[in-house]
Design a protein around this ligand. Structure first.
Ligand code: ADP
Length: 252
């Protein structure tokens, strides 16, 4: 029952989008569409406009020119928070929060129940989300006392509890210990198999090429948009990142 989006309606659609914070354009002539069920990675060097593009997609910024749509509405007018789960880098805001994992995940139900009491069914959804991300044993632990990887799982569980059909992650494994990173991407892959659309902003190119099925390579403009296999074979990486770029090692 996850697919609330008709198959032919794009989840995200950008058409000829230009944007700059000043007179200098940061992204230019961006057209792309993300359909339900896709796993898309946006890659590009530092400062290439990845975060800006994500904010345009989510309606946190408005294009200077062109159009951005989210779930069929102009992105900036979209307000159904339950459909969209966002996992920030470090999930850093949580560091000072004196609340438990379960309380974080419970927040995922707020778009459905307001600030009213959760029903038995709501709590079942919360507990199932904890189980899905492998955090049941940590339900009562304070978020402050988690490792980076566990914290990111808690925030994914919050998105699952809200029954989001789009998960947007901004460099989610920065600060996550190396041993947990593989399992973290495995989790994303299994969520994607369950029908959740994933949009991943990544600097770690090996993570992208191992897991995502489609790559959008950005440096102000789109240098490449296609399958991960075709990306690896293409010269887009060198053109977008400069000649030093390589798919071997820990990214750029
Ligand atoms: P990335 O996520 O790929 O590192 P960003 O989208 O954060 O790139 O930044 C793209 C460009 O926009 C950079 O030159 C950055 O300095 C500039 N920029 C980002 N945010 C702002 C802002 N709030 N005000 C002015 N310039 C910004």
């Amino acid at each position: 029952d996850r697919a609330r989006t008709p198959d032919d309606e794009p989840i995200i659609e950008l058409t000829g989008v230009d944007f700059g914070y000043t007179a200098t354009p940061v992204v230019e002539d961006i057209s792309l569409r993300v359909d339900a069920g896709e796993y898309v990675a946006i890659v590009g060097p530092n400062g290439s406009g990845k975060s800006t593009l994500m904010k345009l997609m989510l309606g946190l910024l408005r294009p200077d020119d062109g159009a951005a749509r989210l779930f069929g509405e102009p992105s900036h007018e979209f307000d159904d928070g339950s459909r969209l789960g966002y996992v920030a880098q470090h999930a850093s805001a949580s560091k000072e929060m004196p609340i438990t994992v379960r309380e974080v995940v419970k927040m995922g139900r707020f778009p459905h129940v307001g600030f009213g009491r959760l029903s038995g069914r709501d709590w079942e959804i919360v507990d199932r989300a904890l189980e899905t991300v492998g955090m049941s044993a940590f339900a009562n632990r304070r978020v402050t006392h988690l490792s980076g990887g566990q914290r990111q799982r808690a925030f994914i569980a919050r998105a699952l509890a809200s029954e989001a059909d789009l998960l947007v992650l901004d460099e989610p494994t920065v600060g996550v210990d190396v041993e947990s990173v593989g399992a973290f991407y495995d989790l994303l892959e299994s969520l994607n198999r369950d029908g959740i659309t994933i949009l991943l902003i990544e600097h770690d190119l090996s993570a992208v090429t191992d897991h995502a099925e489609r790559v959008v390579c950005l440096n102000r403009e789109i240098y490449f948009d296609g399958s991960t296999e075709a990306f690896v074979e293409s010269d887009a990486l060198g053109r977008a990142f400069g000649t030093a770029a390589t798919l071997v090692g820990d990214g750029v």
